[in-house]
Design a binder for this molecule. Structure first.
Ligand SMILES: Cc1cc2nc3c(=O)[nH]c(=O)nc-3n(C[C@H](O)[C@H](O)[C@H](O)COP(=O)(O)OP(=O)(O)OC[C@H]3O[C@@H](n4cnc5c(N)ncnc54)[C@H](O)[C@@H]3O)c2cc1C
Length: 331
C-alpha cells in the first residue's frame, strides 16, 4: 500500500511540473553542519557516485525506524528483555536501519522513547511478513497443545507477549476456508496466493479439525474441544472463555471444513522511539533547544505513539508531520 501513496505524490509532482529531483538508491551518510546550522547532506549512490547536497533552508529527515537493525534493537529495547536478536524476524524492509537517528544523534539531537519497540503479534516465523497467513490477525490462536490462551482482540503488545510465552514462541492462527476472505483468483486478504502459502509448509489445510491437528502437530483432542467452545460463543454472542467481546463473522468455524492452521510468531514491526521534535517538526537537542536547519517526520521521530502504537496511526504520523515540517521549512 505504500506504493499507492508514493505513486500519488509522484503523479502530483509530474502534473504540477514541480522542480523535485529524486536520487534513488542513494544513501545519506552524513549531515553537513555550517556555523551551528544543518546545511546539507553527504550522500553516495549505489554506483559509487558521491553527492554533496547543499540545503540553504535545511534538511528534513524521513528515513524511518530501526526495526531491521538488530544491534540497535537490542541496544535500546526496554520491553522485550533484549531478546530481539537475529532469530526474531521483522515485518520491515531491510532499509529500516535507523540511519536518520544516528545522523541526528551525531548532530546533537536528543532521542526519546527509544526503548519502546512494537512486535506485530502474528508474523511469518521465517520472514516476519504479516501477509503470509490464512485468516485474519484476530482469528483464534491456539498453541501446540490445541488451547487458546489470550483474547485475540487485545492490544498488540498484550498479544505479542502472550504469543511469545507459548512453546517455541510460536502459535497457530485457525480459520475456516469458507471465511478466510480468499478472492476469486485464490488470493488472501493481502493479495498472496493461498496455494503459495500452503506450499510454504507453514500453513496447513484439512477437511476436519482432527486431520488439521495431525498435519500441523497440534493436540487434536484439545483443538476439537477448543473449537467447540469457540463455536458455542459465536452462536451465543456472550461468555467467551478468553473474554472476547465478539466472535466476528469472518472468524466463525462452525460451518464445517476445510480448515486452515498457520504457524506464526511475533515479529518486530515498529519503533516508537526516535529523534525528539517539537510541534513544528524541528529536531531538538538534548537540552530541548532547536537544532537550526534540522527537521524530522515519521518513524525516525519518537514521542508520538506511546508504548503501543495503534495500527493505522503511523502513516498519518508520517504524512502529517512531513507536511508540518515542509510548511515550516519554507517559511
Ligand atoms: C508490513 C507493514 C504494514 C504496515 N501497515 C500500516 C498501516 O496499515 N497503517 C499505518 O499507519 N502504518 C502501517 N505500518 C507502519 C508504517 O508503514 C510506517 O511506520 C511508515 O511507513 C513510516 O514512514 P516513514 O516515511 O517515516 O518511513 P519509511 O516508510 O520506512 O521510509 C523511509 C525511507 O528512507 C529510506 N532510507 C533509510 N535510510 C536512508 C539513508 N541513510 N539514506 C537515504 N534513504 C534512507 C528507506 O529506504 C525508506 O525508503 C506498516 C508497516 C509495515 C512494515
Amino acid at each position: 500500500s505504500g506504493v499507492g501513496y508514493v505513486d500519488t505524490f509522484l503523479q502530483y509532482i509530474k502534473d504540477k511540473n514541480l522542480p523535485v529531483q529524486l536520487l534513488l538508491s542513494t544513501k545519506a551518510n552524513d549531515l553537513i553542519i555550517k556555523d551551528g546550522r544543518v546545511a546539507g547532506v553527504m550522500a553516495q549512490a549505489k554506483n559509487g557516485t558521491k553527492y554533496v547536497l547543499n540545503a540553504a533552508d535545511g534538511v528534513i529527515l524521513t528515513t524511518g525506524g530501526f526495526g531491521a537493525n538488530v544491534k540497535m534493537r537490542n541496544e535500546y529495547d526496554e520491553l522485550w528483555g533484549k531478546k530481539l536478536g537475529e532469530t526474531t524476524p521483522t515485518t520491515n524492509l531491510p532499509s529500516a536501519t535507523g540511519d536518520g537517528i544516528s545522523l541526528a544523534k551525531k548532530a546533537g539531537a536528543g532521542l526519546t522513547q527509544m526503548g519502546w519497540i512494537q512486535l506485530f503479534p502474528a508474523g511469518d516465523p521465517t520472514t516476519g511478513a504479516t501477509s503470509f497467513k490464512l485468516g485474519e490477525n484476530s482469528c483464534i490462536y491456539v498453541n501446540k497443545n490445541g488451547k487458546r490462551y489470550v483474547n485475540e482482540s487485545e492490544r498488540r503488545d498484550v498479544l505479542a507477549k502472550a504469543n511469545l510465552a507459548q512453546e517455541g514462541g510460536v502459535f497457530y492462527v485457525i480459520s475456516s476456508a469458507k471465511r478466510a476472505l480468499v478472492d476469486k483468483d485464490g488470493r488472501n486478504a493481502y493479495g498472496v496466493k493461498v496455494a503459495d502459502i500452503l506450499k510454504s509448509g507453514k500453513s496447513y489445510k484439512a477437511d476436519t479439525l482432527e486431520e488439521l491437528a495431525q498435519k500441523a502437530g497440534i493436540n487434536g483432542k484439545n483443538l476439537v474441544e477448543t473449537v467447540k467452545r469457540w463455536n458455542e460463543f459465536c452462536k451465543k454472542g456472550t461468555g467467551d472463555e478468553m473474554g472476547r467481546p465478539t466472535c466476528m463473522d469472518d472468524h466463525r468455524l462452525d460451518e464445517g471444513g476445510p480448515y486452515y492452521a498457520t504457524l506464526m510468531t511475533p515479529s518486530v514491526h515498529h519503533t516508537m522511539g526516535g529523534v525528539t521534535i517539537n510541534k513544528k517538526a524541528q529536531v531538538l537537542n538534548e537540552a530541548g533547544n532547536v537544532i537550526p536547519g534540522l527537521y524530522a517526520a515519521g518513524e525516525v521521530t519518537g514521542g508520538i505513539h506511546g508504548t503501543n502504537r495503534v495500527g493505522c496511526n503511523a502513516v498519518p504520523d508520517a504524512l502529517v508531520f512531513g507536511r508540518i515540517a515542509a510548511l515550516n521549512f519554507v517559511k
